[in-house]
Design a protein around this ligand. Structure first.
Ligand code: KG4
Ligand code: ZN
Length: 354
């Protein structure tokens, strides 16, 4: 199989992004350009992402960002093998902007369109950066998702655990608000926690030791709220104690999923344990989970922080992997607000276990 060159577009949340990536499965691939425009300043006054503002900002920016990505790669549309865009899950107005742009470009250039699942793009990033081999265990931790999955192949996922309430990034963002830290909460909690004592406050570890690998974070957030209402003002100690609890929860649930993965894939030798999603850019979480992976006989692979948070290089790479398998989409591909990973297709026909 020769290398493919794919333009990727990402507009599912508050980043307007385009990138050009070249390579072939299993990776690693080469990022020729990777442009990310963050709308943070537009949303910060509201303490969260406002869908209407996001959609409008995507419309205003997307053409220029795509031009920049092509120019940065030194390529024109005719040099591409395909155009890929996030088709969901995400804020529907934003997804429509990126997907419609990709359709127009694909039609104009006579190239295949590839409608990418945002979560699969996060999941496959460790193949772009390190060529991680299938099957691998994935911990996807972002603002909207908290899942443990066995990744058997492109489009073939087995769900081991998911959150029964908040996503972990959401817990970071809500807890930050309680502590008076600015949006987005994740990076600000991480920063505050560096000067704090993680043992100062005894916070709960919901679901720890439970059968299965599901998560829960809302009790943790409620416990922080109670401490604040009772007069605690030490943001650094609160942030450090919260982050330590999150690390314990992620570690405990991951260990449970590792056993499930071993049972599913007894033949996998030195399988990879991959982290993905915005929360995977947290350094304390990266270190703790790398150690856990090593202890449990997995090779921990975590993309660099700028490829953990939302970006279009991951979308372009998912386009490379899908396109090379002959998986492309019609111009009638629909944007999806919800699109769970375990409903995807793309692996060997008839081999799906989910
Ligand atoms: O993957 P992502 O960029 O967007 C989604 O698809 O959700 O993840 C964004 C989430 C936000 O909740 C943000 O607070 C969190 O990732 N995040 C972090 C860190 N950087 C981003 N959480 C903890 N520590 C960080 N350093
Ligand atoms: Zn994301």
């Amino acid at each position: 199989m020769r290398d493919w060159t794919v333009l990727g577009i990402e507009t599912s949340c508050d980043e307007t992004a385009a990138a050009v990536v070249r390579g072939r499965a299993p990776g690693p691939g080469t990022i020729l350009s990777n442009i990310v425009f963050s709308q943070l300043d537009a949303h910060r006054p509201y303490g969260g992402v406002v869908p209407e503002i996001a959609a409008r900002a995507h419309v205003e920016r997307i053409d220029g960002i795509v031009e920049e990505a092509l120019a940065g790669a030194g390529l024109s549309l005719s040099d591409l093998d395909a155009v890929a865009a996030t088709a969901g899950p995400g804020l529907i107005g934003g997804v429509m902007v990126g997907l419609t742009t990709a359709k127009a470009l694909a039609l104009a250039a006579g190239k295949p369109l590839i409608a990418v699942n945002h979560l699969e793009a996060h999941a496959l990033t460790a193949r772009l950066t390190e060529g991680a081999a299938f099957p691998f265990l994935l911990l996807l931790i972002s603002g909207g998702h908290c899942q443990l999955l066995g990744v058997a192949d492109v489009g073939r996922f087995r769900l081991y655990g998911t959150t029964i309430d908040d996503a972990v990034g959401e817990a970071f963002d809500k807890t930050a608000k309680l502590l008076g830290l600015a949006y987005p909460g994740g990076p600000n909690i991480e920063k505050a926690a560096r000067d704090g004592n993680p043992r100062r406050h005894a916070l709960p570890r919901p679901m720890r030791g439970r059968a299965g690998a599901d998560f829960s974070f809302s009790g943790l957030k409620t416990a922080v709220r109670q401490l604040v209402q009772d007069g605690a003002t030490d943001a650094a100690d609160l942030a450090a104690s919260f982050q330590a609890a999150v690390i314990d929860i992620l570690g405990d649930r991951t260990r449970a999923a590792m056993a499930m993965f071993r049972a599913d894939f007894p033949q996998a030798r030195d399988p990879a344990f991959v982290l993905a999603g915005g929360v995977a850019s947290n350094r304390a979480i990266r270190e703790a989970l790398t150690e856990l992976g090593n202890r449990e006989g997995f090779q921990t692979k975590i993309p660099p922080p700028r490829l953990c948070t939302d970006n279009a290089a991951m979308v372009a790479w998912a386009g490379v992997e899908r396109g090379q398998r002959g998986l492309s989409d019609g111009l009638d591909a629909a944007p999806k607000a919800r699109w769970p990973l375990d409903t995807l297709t793309g692996g060997r026909a008839g081999a799906s276990r989910t």
